[in-house]
Design a protein around this ligand. Structure first.
Ligand code: 5GP
Ligand code: MN
Length: 338
């Protein structure tokens, strides 16, 4: 790896480091960022983690969360701009398109610091001086785990770092259930447990800390909003602003909803569309050879992985749904192929 010796040298002496992750970070985004942040703090660096938005409550327990600057006000955005401009080293974790960090995108694009991208999404952009990019990796968290070894810093591993990384690995494999779960993911998980991550604790914090409202929203979405299009082996749900506010929906409350559609026997693609206020957010999940990265990229300014992707639309929710329905015939033969 060519970048490694340069990165080692860079991190040899204390630096101003910024770690940026994507808008509405999930457990892999925040877990990989805080895993790395905790390590870099131990190495003597001055570290900040920038989240371009708020993040879900079920991630608010992560060790090191006081290092996170979540942009939710103009003042926070200003502070982020200063941190990015002054940073000597900028890590970009769990994203590879500057669009995914919203207003932080131009800050990173114009920054002087050395940029290092660590990611596992398809079709990365070329904005970083150094890249550790592997689509075969189920999570960014395990790429950080590997990076720690490559830097020769494994003696600094501890329970806090391991816990953050385990959270990312666990969620990006859907609790070790998705088809990205290989021997390697279990090996890394096993190492993280050896370093002190507690699987049942992490699972409890992330999966079993629902609010009653969130559970009721799930129930409502499943009983009233889930539509199955048998002809296309597709299931979808839409949620309006009014529906979300009726259940007091918080950031993260819709996470995982899309998977229910895919759990129906015979369904090959599941979609969730909801009104996020500033735009309509779409989540796509698929089985086997059906490529939702390509679909999200072509029609909804998005991307991700072959079987899990996301996108957005500036149309109304209803018009977004109509657009989605209108493109389905294009995919009919792929969706109906067994
Ligand atoms: P989710 O539906 O859970 O938001 O995202 C599913 C996967 O697609 C995640 O790996 C996420 O990082 C990725 N993803 C979500 N939205 C976008 C997007 O707009 N662009 C790209 N390239 N990836 C996305
Ligand atoms: Mn990820």
């Amino acid at each position: 790896m060519t970048y490694l010796s340069a990165l080692k040298t860079l991190l040899d002496s204390p630096k101003r480091v910024v770690i940026v992750t994507h808008f509405k970070p999930d457990a892999d985004a925040l877990g990989s960022s805080l895993g790395l942040a905790n390590l870099l703090v131990k190495k003597g660096h001055n570290v900040s983690v920038i989240s371009p938005s708020d993040y879900p409550d079920f991630l608010a327990w992560m060790p090191g969360k006081e290092l996170v600057l979540a942009i939710s006000t103009r003042a926070a955005e200003q502070k982020a701009a200063e941190l990015v401009a002054q940073a000597e080293v900028i890590f970009c974790l769990d994203f590879s398109s500057l669009k995914r960090i919203h207003e932080v995108g131009p800050m990173v694009a114009n920054a002087k610091g050395t940029k290092i991208m660590v990611d596992h999404h398809l079709e990365p952009e070329d904005f970083a001086a150094m890249k550790k990019w592997d689509v075969a990796s189920a999570s960014t968290a395990q790429l950080i785990f590997d990076l720690i070894y490559e830097l020769g810093d494994q003696h600094l591993m501890d329970a806090n770092i391991a816990t953050c990384l385990y959270a990312g690995l666990m969620t990006d494999t859907g609790g070790f259930r998705h088809n990205n779960t290989t021997k390697r993911e279990f090996e890394v998980a096993s190492e993280l447990v050896r370093f002190g991550a507690q699987p049942s604790e992490v699972a409890k914090q992330i999966y079993d800390t629902n609010s009653l409202e969130r559970l009721r929203l799930t129930g409502y979405a499943l009983s009233e909003k889930l539509v199955v299009l048998s002809e296309y082996h597709t299931a979808y749900m839409t949620l309006t602003r009014a529906e979300l506010s009726k259940f007091g929906a918080q950031t993260g409350d819709t996470e995982g909803l899309v998977n229910y559609g895919l759990s129906i026997k015979g369904i090959k693609m599941a979609v969730l569309m909801y009104d996020r206020g500033e735009e309509i957010k779409l989540s796509f999940r698929s089985l086997s050879d059906f490529d939702v990265n390509a679909l999200a990229r072509k029609h909804f300014e998005g991307g991700g992985h072959k079987n899990a992707s996301g996108g957005q639309s500036k149309l109304s929710l209803e018009a977004t749904l109509q657009k989605f329905l209108s493109i389905l015939p294009e995919y009919k033969s792929e969706l109906t192929r067994i």
